[in-house]
Design a protein around this ligand. Structure first.
Ligand SMILES: NC(=O)c1ccc[n+]([C@@H]2O[C@H](COP(=O)([O-])OP(=O)(O)OC[C@H]3O[C@@H](n4cnc5c(N)ncnc54)[C@H](OP(=O)(O)O)[C@@H]3O)[C@@H](O)[C@H]2O)c1
Length: 242
């Protein structure tokens, strides 16, 4: 059985993935923005090992979250799930881009990393200087998470790092009219986290409903991947290990 940490697991796909993984017998560490949401998270996933709190808009809290995650014991899998949608560029940058970057850098290397992207990443702009102002939008943030995944997959050969698009599903983010299947919205991250199938022992890929899908070609640009790591380090003061 694996120990699995899921960011943003007080609601939506993070909570549903957590519940499924607990039902399969795994040790799941939840995460919520504050104590009140932590109670909600545990109430929805009662068999979880514990819940950690941090507001991911705050860099110091994100760094402390990495310490707290490391204190839980060795993690086999981290699912970088937390994100916001209808927010301004500061929150989009902090929650969707810098928190997965900082947590990837500071959490002891797990065996598997799963990054939640979105089909909307294909509309993202590869000019990373937009992170410095910031003027990024949701699509940009979801392109940058694919860049992060690709950089990790290239640099950490011993880790399986992959990204996925869950589809447009009816969570708080997706809205009640979202057309895709909610169940299918979390089964791929559960599968990538726990399966022994050869199909998940891969790295640097982008999935949708358990199948490989093409991602924005810009994410294959190694110079852009390195620029992403450099700009993220410049903003956060946290450097990618090695
Ligand atoms: N739903 C879709 O149609 C869709 C489509 C494509 C991609 N995605 C991606 O799938 C992932 C999960 O989305 P979802 O639909 O499950 O979204 P959701 O229902 O809005 O849940 C997002 C989770 O992130 C947490 N979170 C947001 N801001 C935070 C902060 N500052 N600090 C700590 N936690 C914070 C939320 O906490 P609170 O509950 O306290 O706000 C919640 O637990 C995201 O990466 C999203 O971009 C979703």
């Amino acid at each position: 059985m694996a120990r699995i940490f899921i960011t943003g697991s007080s609601d939506g796909l993070g909570s549903l993935a957590a519940r499924s993984l607990v039902e399969h017998g795994h040790h799941v560490v939840l995460h919520a923005r504050n104590e009140r949401r932590a109670e909600d998270a545990l109430r929805k996933v009662p068999g979880a090992e514990t819940v950690l709190t941090a507001d991911l808009t705050k860099l110091e809290e994100t760094k402390q979250l990495a310490e707290a995650a490391n204190a839980c014991g060795p993690l086999d899998v981290v699912i970088h799930n937390a994100a916001v949608y209808r927010y301004g560029p500061d929150a989009l940058l902090a929650v969707n881009v810098l928190s997965p970057y900082v947590l990837t850098c500071l959490i002891n290397k797990p065996k598997r990393l799963v990054y939640l992207s979105s089909g909307m990443h294909r509309g993202g702009h590869p000019n990373l200087q937009r992170m410095l102002i910031p003027t990024i939008n949701y699509s940009d943030s979801k392109l940058y998470i694919v860049l992060l995944m690709k950089a990790v997959a290239r640099r950490w050969k011993e880790v399986y790092a992959n990204a996925l698009d869950p589809g447009w599903v009816p969570t708080k983010m997706g809205g009640p009219g979202a057309p895709d299947d909610l169940e299918k919205g979390f089964e791929t991250q559960v599968w990538l986290a726990e399966s022994d199938e050869e199909a998940v022992k891969v790295s640097g890929l982008y999935f949708h409903h358990k199948r490989h899908r093409p991602y924005a070609p810009a994410a294959d640009d190694e110079n852009l991947q390195e620029e992403f790591l450099n700009v993220s380090a410049q903003i956060t003061g946290v450097h990618f290990p090695g």
